[in-house]
Design a protein. Structure first.
Length: 207
């Protein structure tokens, strides 16, 4: 029996999933929550889950990749479950430890198969999503990577400029170039900080 928990903004979703998987004999529900914090708080009393179905965007605004990493650290398998098929989110959550990523629909067989796959220690990704995450991100210069890393990890424009010994308008120029490269790749970016998961830490000192 595979024990699953559901963390989703919409309180109606768990009920829908229970109904969807009602005829699946090897899957049972243990707990539902609307945030990762609430889920973890309930672990002292509820049966431990084998797999967590995690909604990508939670109402508390927590970072999807951080949520995956927090859950993964407890030893549970995480299957991200979302209406969004954005490449950046798929790559970020898989890198953070998610065992799969599934687009929400009403296909009970596909959902059950994905749950079984991650429970068996394998990666649950469709061929289409696998192709998305295997695409290389736009290439950035070393200076652009440095600006992205500092700004993307919480530094202000002014702090980034001071750290790299450049002017604030120069920082803005680098950020604009990064946005332009992603737009040219037909993948425009709303929040440039979300790109921090797309690139490795820049080599060498940040100077």
């Amino acid at each position: 029996m595979i024990r699953i928990a559901v963390i989703d903004n919409d309180k109606l979703v768990p009920a829908g999933l229970r109904a969807l998987l009602a005829d699946t004999a090897d899957i049972t529900f243990t707990h539902t929550a609307t945030t990762v914090t609430d889920y973890l708080a309930a672990q002292s009393t509820d049966p431990a889950a084998d797999v967590v179905l995690l909604d990508l965007r939670l109402e508390d605004g927590t970072d999807p990749a951080a949520n995956v990493a927090t859950l993964h650290a407890t030893g549970v398998s995480v299957l991200v479950f979302s209406v969004h098929g954005d490449r950046r989110h798929i790559r970020a959550t898989i890198r953070a430890g998610a065992s799969g990523y599934l687009i929400k629909n009403d296909d009970a067989d596909k959902l059950a198969d994905a749950i079984r796959t991650v429970h068996n220690g394998q990666l649950a990704l469709t061929t289409e999503l696998m192709t998305l995450i295997n695409d290389d991100p736009p290439e950035l210069s070393r200076q652009e990577l440095q600006v992205l890393y500092l700004y993307g990890t919480g530094s202000t424009l002014a702090a980034t400029a001071r750290r790299l010994d450049i002017a604030i308008p120069t920082v803005r120029s680098y950020l604009d170039r990064i946005r332009a490269k992603w737009a040219a790749a037909d993948d425009p970016v709303d929040d440039i900080r979300s790109l921090i998961h797309e690139y490795p830490h820049p080599d060498g000192p940040l100077t």
